[in-house]
Design a protein around this ligand. Structure first.
Ligand code: UT7
Length: 356
């Protein structure tokens, strides 16, 4: 039996064996070749939140693992943070803005309902000739957008695709709701997806995603859409803010994030112990710990930065990639597992060989 893209011999044939053989036979591989972030400098600490709602630093730290979040100044929008992340990628890679062909922005906090934030980012970075669109699936947005980008690269039509996860959560949070406001922060992260010449150069191996709309009511922003168009009444009822049943979301997340990872790994005959770097969505440290325990990934291979950033929704995964790089814990060729979960409900996982 040949080793697959994961570089690990598998016990027997499965669906992904076919996928891998198809990919290998076409040598149509895609990889992440650069990462950049856009993080506002202003901090909102647990102590600051003590002044806004009935909470304590100790409670927040113990129940979520969060110490502080970065938050925007008034007037700073998602496209500003996203453009900053994109510019860092251009600076690192030497690409010209006009080399970018496609920009996918995963966000639930677009600057405006229309135009798409991708258009605003395209204009801000000067990516003349690029096309783009927004993708809205909350915390799973970056991972789902990555898979979309990969399709364009492996089918040979695009060579430089920017995938950006950005959210200015402070724009949709009720700072009188102590259960919700303590969790979220603002930030952006971007990844450049390019063709890869070989497995050694890094490549995406497989994705697995799932949505379950029966969980829709438990984490939602009910106002301002076609169901409850904005009115004085929707504003009075605070329907323009995120509403969540934290306990229900927690239960879903604590089980689902691990489960989807296990299913993806099993498709490749792998376990958590085979993973070099695990980058989970940063929603709550206890959710991450539940996934780590189930997956049995050694603790020193798990990337955690929720203490610094809180939950930045679509930005958590690229921000955590940057943390891993900054800490020297992510190297070319590493077998990386990404995991997401969030509103929808939605969940996702991605297996890749790191590409730079
Ligand atoms: O990306 C997805 C985004 N959302 C999530 O991931 C949310 C997932 N859920 C969670 O992270 C947790 O459920 C929360 C952090 C939201 C809440 O933590 P919890 O441990 O599930 O708390 P709880 O809802 O079980 O509440 C326990 C107690 C309650 O008081 P009583 O009824 O026992 O007297 C709450 O009122 O803690 C109280 N409480 C707080 N106390 C101090 C809730 N929020 C706070 C707070 N400070 N901020």
């Amino acid at each position: 039996m040949q080793p697959g893209l994961a570089g690990v011999r598998r016990a027997g044939p499965d669906r992904s064996t076919e996928t891998e053989e198809r990919l290998l036979s076409k040598v149509a591989l895609a990889r992440i070749s650069a990462v950049g972030t856009g993080v506002p400098p202003k901090l909102l600490t647990n102590k600051d939140l003590e002044k806004l709602v009935d909470t304590t630093d100790e409670w927040i730290l113990e129940r979520t693992g969060i110490r502080q979040r970065h938050v925007v100044e008034k007037g700073v929008a998602s496209s500003d943070l996203a453009a900053e992340a994109a510019r860092k990628i251009l600076a690192q890679t030497g690409l010209k803005p006009t080399d970018i062909e496609l920009i996918i922005v995963a966000t639930i906090t677009p600057d405006m309902q229309l135009p798409a934030t991708a258009c605003l980012v395209q204009h801000k970075i000067g990516a003349t000739g690029a096309w783009g669109f927004d993708l809205s699936i909350a915390c799973s947005g970056f991972l789902y957008a990555l898979q979309v980008a990969v399709q364009f690269v492996v089918n040979g039509t695009h060579k430089n695709v920017l995938v950006i996860g950005v959210d200015v959560m402070t724009s949709i949070i009720d700072y009188t709701d102590r259960q919700t406001c303590i969790i979220f922060g603002d930030g952006a992260g971007a990844a450049l997806v390019q063709p890869s010449a070989s497995v050694e150069e890094g490549c995406f191996i497989d994705f697995l995603h799932e949505v379950d709309g029966s969980g829709g009511d438990f984490l939602c922003l009910p106002g301002g859409g076609s169901k409850n168009p904005t009115s004085h009444e929707t504003v009075d009822k605070k329907l323009h803010y995120v509403h969540q049943d934290g306990k229900v979301v927690f239960k879903f997340a604590a089980v689902k994030m691990a489960e989807i990872c296990v299913r993806l790994l099993e498709r490749h005959g792998l376990t958590g112990k085979d993973i070099d770097v695990f980058i989970p969505h940063q929603a709550n440290l206890r959710i991450i710990n539940a996934a780590v325990e189930r997956l049995q990934v050694p603790a020193d291979r798990v990337i955690i930065n929720i203490d610094t950033y809180g939950n930045t929704t679509a930005a958590t995964l690229p921000l955590a990639m940057q943390t891993a790089l900054d800490q020297g814990r992510l190297k070319k060729g590493d077998l990386v597992l990404l995991a997401s979960m969030g509103a929808g409900f939605s969940a996702g996982a991605c297996l890749m060989r790191w590409g730079f």
